[in-house]
Design a protein around this ligand. Sequence first.
Ligand code: NAG
Ligand code: NAG
Ligand code: NAG
Ligand code: NAG
Ligand code: NAG
Ligand code: NAG
Length: 466
Amino acid sequence: MRLTIYLFVLLFLNICFSQTNNTVYEANWSSINARPLPGWYDDVKFGIFIHFGVYSVPAFSQPTGYAEWYWYNLMNPSNDGNQTLDYHTKSFGKNFPYQSFAEMLNLRLFDPDEWAQTIYDSGARYVVLTSKHHEGFTLWESEQSWGWNSVNIGPQIDIVGALSKSVKEIPGMHMGVYHSLYEWFNPIYLDDLTKNPPTQVYVNEILQPQLRDVVNSYEPEVIWADGDWEALSSYWESTEFLAWLYTNSTVKDTVVVNDRWGSDCRMKNGGFWTGGDKTNPGYLIPHKWENCNTIGYSYGYNQNEPIYDYQNSTVLIQEMIETVSCGGNYLLDIGPTSEGTIPMVMQERLADIGKWMDINGEAIYSTHPWRVQNDSADHLIWYTTNTNTGAVYAHSFEWPESGKLLLNAPIATSYSSISLLGYKGKLPIKMAPTGGRSGISITLPNASPNDYPPFDIFVFKLLNVL
Ligand SMILES: *[C@@H]1O[C@H](CO)[C@@H](O)[C@H](O)[C@H]1NC(C)=O
Ligand SMILES: *[C@@H]1O[C@H](CO)[C@@H](O)[C@H](O)[C@H]1NC(C)=O
Ligand SMILES: *[C@@H]1O[C@H](CO)[C@@H](O)[C@H](O)[C@H]1NC(C)=O
Ligand SMILES: *[C@@H]1O[C@H](CO)[C@@H](O)[C@H](O)[C@H]1NC(C)=O
Ligand SMILES: *[C@@H]1O[C@H](CO)[C@@H](O)[C@H](O)[C@H]1NC(C)=O
Ligand SMILES: CC(=O)N[C@H]1CO[C@H](CO)[C@@H](O)[C@@H]1O
């Protein structure tokens, strides 16, 4: 009898352990949505989005527009009041076809190790590169995009392969790809749509083989789908792809995906939620989400963008903090030039964020949302917490003139202590519990500006507060 029980226990344990990573996912959303999000993604918090393609050659849009939509705007001039068409006609001639830009994508100065290092130095720990945008041009030698990819034409470089290699060589970094489900002008896709109900020749002969190819060839740990809105996920066969990705692919245990898998999916189905572009709700979302933001306005490089469109480093760091406080990841975009350089203003912003992260990274990486997200006794404060150490981080967006920082939400105990991350001076920071009620008053040090961390964002680390 005892032996039987023992054997049953063993069998039970065996089933538990062997199933942790051998779950078979089925091609329906209830099965796909039940998959736990691999932990690395929530830990790293900060990634860099890269928009690069044939559109990086003309690199033009109206100031508040998307340069990666150049071809679409050229073919649909009413979309931007003829601005792209006028620029195109003036610069290249009315009859110059968009496709000819591919030859001009030269990447003469492309150094994937340098891109990877620049990104790592910003504090970001993952990369999402446009393996294919809506123009259909792929940044690897895709059989399904023969003659319209970066190996067959233009730079003759496997960009996805080169950058994946450089990124993965840096310990702690994760490589991912963006992939557009639809292609604006692919005749096979457009032909499918003329049928009622639409046929799926494009999905079966192009999209699905291409997605599997990019996964098998480069083992990306993020698949960031987009261009999903013209059809339901059933048309794109998204659950079929994800069931395969989660069950049978070589990245099944570590890959994460977003929610843009069909017009029925955003903020509902898939992995982490993105909603729209540049989403930043300002309150806690009870599901992992991501804010895909830009430094300027456009995702692809836009030469026509004025400096005041570019957010400064303080604002970018503040957005990252607010996003992380509310349970999100921050995916910040850069748009390299057709020569393969990262525009100087973007490099500067990334270096700045890196300087701040060097000092304050412990208040971002591996944190969780706290029981309260923001506070406003004096001015705006956002909180994060590390559940392993119990530390609560209060991110203050200014240095209070009064010499005292008031926090409404935390409750002090006799064991509570407070420090200021990156503060070089030796002045103690005093804390006055406000009589058992919630609320803490912190007396700030009186020191020279050089003693403070950069960018006017101060992180107070609170230990043993409730
Ligand atoms: C979806 O997959 C699950 C397995 O996770 C299965 O139990 C369920 O019957 C499927 N639902 C539908 C509607 O096919
Ligand atoms: C765009 O060009 C068309 C055709 O030349 C013209 O009719 C229209 O007025 C132009 N629109 C704008 C906003 O300039
Ligand atoms: C996974 O692989 C197994 C074994 O080859 C196969 O039977 C199954 O259909 C595959 N599942 C998916 C979702 O591709
Ligand atoms: C950064 O931009 C914000 C918003 O435009 C502005 O309020 C702030 O003064 C700027 N900070 C610096 C250091 O330029
Ligand atoms: C937190 O921020 C939200 C949105 O900005 C605001 O509505 C709310 O009042 C703030 N809460 C506190 C406690 O400051
Ligand atoms: C999807 C999934 O459950 N992945 C897990 C597989 O196992 C590793 C190691 O135990 C976990 O880290 C993954 O989260």
